[in-house]
Design a protein around this ligand. Structure first.
Ligand SMILES: [Zn+2]
Length: 78
């Protein structure tokens, strides 16, 4: 996958990254669109190099790993 990350010069660059896999109770979204908003720009100089930018996005669910909450007993079949 590709991601917009903070480069050494504090500018954004598109970097190739490993494809993520969902953990229990998580999903993977193939992002189709992502914005960089004013909040991102306010904090960009305080984030670490390599940080993935953008928190306003939409996309398509491509993987799901379902899990049963651990505090609930398994459902019995009757
Ligand atoms: Zn925002």
């Amino acid at each position: 996958m590709r991601a917009a990350v903070i480069a050494e010069d504090r500018k954004l660059e598109v970097a190739q990254m490993d494809d993520p896999a969902p953990g229990p109770g998580e999903l993977v979204l193939a992002v189709k669109g992502c914005g960089i908003c004013g909040s991102d720009l306010k904090v960009v100089n305080h984030l670490p190099i390599g940080y993935t930018m953008g928190h306003e996005f939409s996309g398509e669910v491509v993987a799901v790993l379902l899990s049963r909450p651990s505090n609930r007993p398994p459902t019995s079949a009757k």
